[in-house]
Design a protein around this ligand. Structure first.
Ligand code: MG
Ligand code: MG
Ligand code: MG
Length: 309
């Protein structure tokens, strides 16, 4: 059976390019595998579209249902972020850089998670360990994933391993200026003109289970917060609709990549608890949190603590 290599829902560049890279590694090692993603090519975020175009990579195949399939998960291990019916499929491998999620397996599997800034960094090591050369275009995708996930090395999640991986991958990919590449990606990623508010909210969005409460956290990385001023009311409306669909809270991180901080928009059954989680006060439904860049390292852990997870 072909192994479907798939990243999390609302795929970001790491989930897309890691699916491509790990499928390539598995195939090189004699395991039949194909890159998949949890959206169709039209649903891909603009940054990932640019990355695939730039390096001539084919978009992974869309899959919605895991039933009856063999799967390798990249960039997540939370059931909530997987395809439907994950329990009816067989997870055969996981490569990740997040907290360990709630996926369980019946058999021993390859499980590789490291506290680095990007799954691409872990995969770069795995290629080297396997003695498999990374194809030039695949290296380009992995390079972009690391720049994206680490916000060009500015995120607190960034490690020396990520920087070392970028230095290696840029040579393989034939990229000379990674700052320029990052700015091209940021421009594509932060373009909001003409995009429906709900699509913006879901562009980089994850649901979490916090002590039985469903909590959604979206993030928009922007060159400046002013980019969303005109659509802010619509974003809040979209958040309210998403919250009404059985969630305790929906948060949207409007992250200013240049100022290095986040305007955190909050819709919650318990706003006071969210305020205490971040030691800040909501003003007009949001609060500015200086230095907040990472959902994984700065937003989710604080929420988990507040929820008593
Ligand atoms: Mg990701
Ligand atoms: Mg990632
Ligand atoms: Mg990300």
């Amino acid at each position: 059976m072909t192994v479907c290599v798939v990243g999390h829902s609302s795929p970001d560049t790491d989930s897309v390019t890691s699916a491509i890279a790990y499928a390539a590694l598995l195939n090189a090692q004699g395991t039949d595998a194909k890159a998949c993603m949890q959206c169709d090519a039209d649903g891909l975020n603009p940054e990932s579209k640019l990355v695939l175009d730039r390096f001539g990579l084919a978009a992974p195949e869309a899959i919605a249902d895991a039933g009856g399939k063999q799967l390798a998960l990249v960039d997540f291990s939370d059931i909530a972020q997987g395809p439907a019916n994950l329990g009816d499929g067989e997870v055969v491998a996981i490569v990740d850089h997040h907290k360990i999620g709630d996926v369980t397996t019946n058999n021993p599997i390859l499980f590789r998670a490291e506290p680095v800034g990007c799954t691409g960094t872990v995969l770069n090591k795995m290629f080297k360990e396997a003695g498999v050369e990374i194809p030039k275009n695949v290296a380009g995708g992995m390079l972009c994933a690391i720049l994206s996930d680490t916000v060009n090395f500015k995120s607190p999640t960034c490690t020396d391993d990520d920087k070392a991986a970028v230095a290696e991958l840029k040579e393989v990919a034939g990229v000379t200026d990674t700052d320029e590449l990052f700015m091209d990606m940021l421009k594509a990623k932060s373009a909001v003109d003409g995009v429906p508010a709900k699509d913006l909210l879901f562009r980089d969005y994850k649901d979490f289970d916090m002590k039985g409460n469903k909590v959604g956290v979206g993030q928009l990385e922007l060159a400046t917060i002013d980019q969303v001023t005109a659509v802010r009311d619509e974003l809040v409306k979209a958040m309210e609709e998403v919250k009404a669909d059985g969630r305790h809270s929906v948060l949207l991180m409007l992250t200013d990549v240049v100022k290095e901080g986040t305007d955190l928009v909050v819709i919650s059954d318990d706003p006071a608890m969210i305020e205490s989680a971040f030691n800040s006060k909501l003003d007009g439904g949001s609060m500015w949190i200086d230095g907040m860049m990472s959902r994984k390292k700065q937003t989710v852990p604080n929420l988990q603590e507040a929820f008593g997870c």
